[in-house]
Design a protein around this ligand. Sequence first.
Ligand code: GLU
Length: 299
Amino acid sequence: MTTGRFAPSPSGKMHLGNLFSFLMAWCSARAKGGEIVLRMEDLDPQRTSAEFAAQIRRDLLRFGLDWDREVPCQSVRTAAYDEAFARLAAMGLVYPCYCSRAEVHAASAPHLGESEYVYPGTCRNLTPAERAAKTRKPAWRLRVPAEEWTVRDGLQGDYTENLERDCGDFVIRRADGVYAYQLAVVVDDADNGVTEVVRGRDLLSSAPRQKYLFHLLGKPAPEYCHVPLLMAPDGRRLSKRDGDLDLDTLLQRLSPEQIIGSLAFAAGLLDRREPISARELAGIFDWNRVRKENISLTL
Ligand code: GLU
């Protein structure tokens, strides 16, 4: 049984790029007779809200993207993350990091263009005395090995990172106690029984470290399919800042079926741009037809 998921961050309204990823996730799971779980990724209480979560649920349903169950949102899952953190710590793989570079974004998924850098390991081997001399509250990092981890992506093919060289020890808990996206998403996907992760290609580089976390926690990793990003005709990535691509604005002049048809045509799933419902699209969905490269979209 395939279990796919929607994992939106309720930090803003849904935009066309999110809709495209959710459409691909939904069609892929439904085409196999699988189920979809909905999980609100509200790790960071400062940046997310129940109002945005409600709006995202409404928007998904307007496009016929339903789900079989909504699983607990991340803000109520601290005990599960505590347990995973303790297990990793017991393996000797977690250390406190006092570097001043604020890891404020660790609770959100690293999207394209957002700062991700390879941590040079400054705090990796501090002595107990050196740690005791620090006054700053530490963030917590996972020590990664100098090993290659390969993800067999269903759309993008094999993607490999040497964890130490390409990724570096990464934050799994911020100094303020908020768990990082990388840890939470793995614990949740494991506990929610997710077998298939379909999401934007900008998260492909998170997949090897997530696969490594699944391995450490003794859970099977899901299949991954990283779908292209939508770009404006001038080559910029579509983002929440493109107000004209706000779904409410689009729905004033286009029907959900017209929008889905344009997305499906741009993705390579339709030969012509024509209105289609999500359900009809699932009926003809074929990963072999979906483009790998980012998609330039005009509506
Ligand atoms: N909540 C994440 C986001 O907003 C998605 C993470 C994922 O799909 O793994 O991008």
